[in-house]
Write a protein that binds this ligand. Structure first.
Ligand code: UDP
Length: 482
């Protein structure tokens, strides 16, 4: 590792999907010899300490430090998808001034025996970080954890308002194609816009936050995306017209694995989970035949109603396929008791349920043949790299866009957005695991190969990350000279 004086502060929005992929970026930067400080919310940090080996894993890197900051919410706040606006608001009110104090000269981020922070990589939905970085005169790069296509759809929102497409009206035809998101005219329907666009009132808080934060991106020194050129070429071309300094460096989990493997023969297993991983599901998978199991998980933020849970459950049991289902604690509203005997018996026979799984390992297991997913961006990339076809049931945010791409553009699975019905679930599971499997195999295999190629030496994501590292190092050297 060649060490220099560059010191990068990484600051994720404090939820599972954002923290885990930004930790992967942190490790990639450590591998190139940079000093890295990772700023976690107190509560996220406590959970990482409790459920992972993150501290001992990062102790390999002498230039790495964790720091913590309050997210301003009470400890018992659920911090779930249906309350995400509370996190935005609290961060703006409470975390923002503290962040500024910490980063200013003399603040705790700059007073250790390490070089001063010379660049910031902040979550792109916290653009207040741009003002602070500019105040102290250091470059700031924004990291957006959504797909490039979703970022582009967010970017086009002002145009969609101007054309009258937004707000969506009560009698709007949701399957109508949109022309306002350049490059996606052939497939993006009103239904496929990010969930926040469904607000009937444009003053809706979540809609306001994503729209305004996205429009501020160009004020940063660059934009980092967890995607790869072959996957989202068209969206990347459009974004570059407005934000030329764009680094597509994903899939980050595969990128990290590849760079670690280039240095050591068998890199240790790593987890960034905020819940305890139940590894008994791996033993259960070991007993199942090849490609026979559908893995079901709706990520870290989705809330299901009891009715939705029951519909999925009947659909899975009636499909008569084997299933491994993650039902996160407190992720189902209403009564968690008195389930029909048929479901309990069907699960004993063919299913396995856990509260949280080691997802990357599950997807890589030979017994897993399909993924019923909420189309979170990390889950989508993990499925692509593992060559597992998907059934998409998007919940919110970028997931509506991602699932359309999976189903209609990349042909890596089936999109069942806005439908939650046991008959449909049963049919689509049978299609994915049997009847229509053949039509997905070739595109899934092709995309997996392109993803893996992008992160090895001379791959596009590999080169883009090298460029980012060079830019960080060069800006530090320039500052040292002047
Ligand atoms: N995940 C996991 N175990 C589970 C469910 C999810 O490790 O049982 C991980 C998954 O691998 C992914 C992340 O949690 O990296 C979820 O991120 P994603 O962007 O897919 O969705 P979000 O949770 O942000 O909605």
């Amino acid at each position: 590792m060649d060490s220099d004086h560059s010191h990068v502060l990484i600051f994720p929005f404090p939820v599972q999907g954002h923290v885990s992929c930004m930790l992967k970026l942190a490790e990639l930067l450590c591998l190139s010899g940079l000093h890295v400080t990772f700023l976690n919310s107190d509560i996220i940090h406590r959970r990482l300490l409790r459920y992972t080996d993150v501290v001992s894993r990062f102790s390999r890197y002498p230039g790495f430090t964790f720091e913590t900051i309050s997210d301003g919410l009470p400890p018992d706040h659920p911090r779930s998808g249906n309350r995400v606006v509370d996190i935005f608001d609290s961060i703006k009110m409470v975390t923002k001034p503290r962040f500024r104090e910490m980063l200013l000269p003399g603040g705790c981020l700059n007073c250790s025996n390490r070089p001063p922070v010379s660049s910031v990589i902040a979550d792109g939905i916290m653009c207040f970080t741009i003002d602070v970085a500019k105040e102290i005169g250091i470059p700031i790069y924004l990291f957006r954890t959504v797909s490039a296509s979703c970022f582009w759809a967010f970017y086009c929102i002002p145009k969609l308002i101007e054309s009258g497409d937004l707000p969506i009206k009560e009698d709007d035809e949701m399957d109508r194609l949109l022309i306002g998101v350049t490059g996606m005219e052939k497939y993006l329907r009103l239904r496929d816009l990010p969930s926040f666009c469904r607000a009937s009132d444009l003053s809706d808080r979540a809609f306001q936050v994503v729209t305004s934060e996205t429009q501020e991106t160009h004020r940063a020194n660059g934009l980092i995306l967890n995607t790869f050129e072959d996957l989202e070429e068209s969206a990347l071309v459009q974004i570059r017209k407005h934000i030329p300094n764009l680094y597509a460096i994903g899939p980050l989990h595969a990128h990290l694995k590849s760079r670690l493997e280039a240095r050591m023969t068998s890199p240790p297993r790593s987890s960034n989970s905020l819940w305890e991983e139940d590894r008994t599901c791996m033993t259960w998978l070991d007993k199942q035949s090849r490609k026979s199991v559908i893995y079901v998980s709706f990520g870290s933020m989705t809330m299901l109603s009891r009715e939705e849970l029951i519909e999925f459950w009947y659909g899975l049991v009636n499909s008569r396929k084997k299933f491994l289902w993650v039902v996160r604690p407190n992720s189902v509203a209403g009564d968690g008791q008195n389930f029909p005997t048929q479901l309990l018996e069907g699960t004993m026979e063919r299913g396995y349920m856990v509260r949280w799984a080691p997802q990357e390992e599950v997807l890589a297991h030979p017994a897993v043949g399909g993924f019923l997913t909420h189309s979170g961006w990390n889950s989508t990339l993990e499925s692509i790299v593992a060559a597992v076809p998907m059934i998409c049931w998007p919940y919110y945010a970028d997931q509506q866009v991602n699932s359309r791409l999976v189903g209609e553009v990349w042909k890596l699975g089936f999109d069942m957005k806005d439908i939650c019905d046991r008959v449909v679930v049963e049919k689509i599971v049978k299609d994915l695991m049997g009847v229509r499997r053949d039509e997905l195999i070739r595109p899934v295999d092709r995309m997996m190969k392109m993803a893996r190629r992008s992160v090895v030496e001379d791959g596009t994501s590999h080169s883009n990350l090298n460029r980012l590292i060079d830019d960080i190092k060069t800006s530090t050297k320039k500052k040292e000279i002047f």
